[in-house]
Design a protein around this ligand. Structure first.
Ligand SMILES: Cc1cc2nc3c(=O)[nH]c(=O)nc-3n(C[C@H](O)[C@H](O)[C@H](O)COP(=O)(O)OP(=O)(O)OC[C@H]3O[C@@H](n4cnc5c(N)ncnc54)[C@H](O)[C@@H]3O)c2cc1C
Length: 145
């Protein structure tokens, strides 16, 4: 049994540009600063304890457990590099994935998520994109974007 949990947003977690590392075309590479916080570590301990409890209640013999989290990035469900929110000081996009700074820029992907959920993210990415498209069409008809 393995556990997946919601990774909360931490102020220290960010993605930026590394101007010292460039690809073959001279485009600067992305730089990730990403670490699990106390909440994620406690969640792992709880997952291991809960899993053991369930197996033991079902009369399984538990041979081994671990409450160590796998390395950051392992789950390939990382989200939230341009998170949404009402305040332009603490978020990049509004609730329709529209840039606070650039009116006609919409970022309809997983980067708008505020936390990395414990579920597979693709349906939520698609649902948010749908909602954003409806809003975009409406705004275009009104001549707002
Ligand atoms: C192996 C694997 C299995 C997965 N399984 C599941 C699953 O079962 N269910 C689920 O819900 N999720 C799953 N996920 C996660 C899901 O695929 C991602 O969360 C989702 O695709 C993210 O969507 P996105 O549009 O934010 O980013 P992406 O799908 O990564 O899209 C980013 C796009 O930007 C393009 N791009 C990058 N840099 C540039 C550039 N400089 N210029 C132009 N284009 C650029 C890329 O080519 C890419 O097309 C899985 C992921 C992986 C890797």
């Amino acid at each position: 049994m393995g556990g997946f949990g919601e990774v909360l947003a931490r102020y220290e977690n960010a993605v930026g540009i590394d101007y010292n590392v460039k690809d073959a075309w001279g485009v600067p590479a992305l730089k990730f600063s990403y670490q699990f916080g106390e909440n994620e570590k406690k969640m792992c301990k709880d997952m291991a304890a809960s899993a053991r409890e369930m197996f033991e209640a079902a009369k399984f013999e538990v041979v081994s457990t671990t409450d160590e989290a796998l390395p950051e990035g392992w789950s390939i469900h990382e989200l939230g590099t341009a998170r949404m929110g009402n305040d332009p000081k603490t978020s990049v996009l509004n609730q329709f994935q529209q840039s606070h700074d650039v009116n006609n820029l919409f970022v309809m992907d997983g980067s708008s998520h505020v936390s990395a959920s414990c579920q597979n993210p693709t349906w939520t990415i698609m649902a948010l994109a749908w909602r954003s498209c409806d809003y975009l069409v409406d705004q275009m008809k009104k001549g707002e974007v």
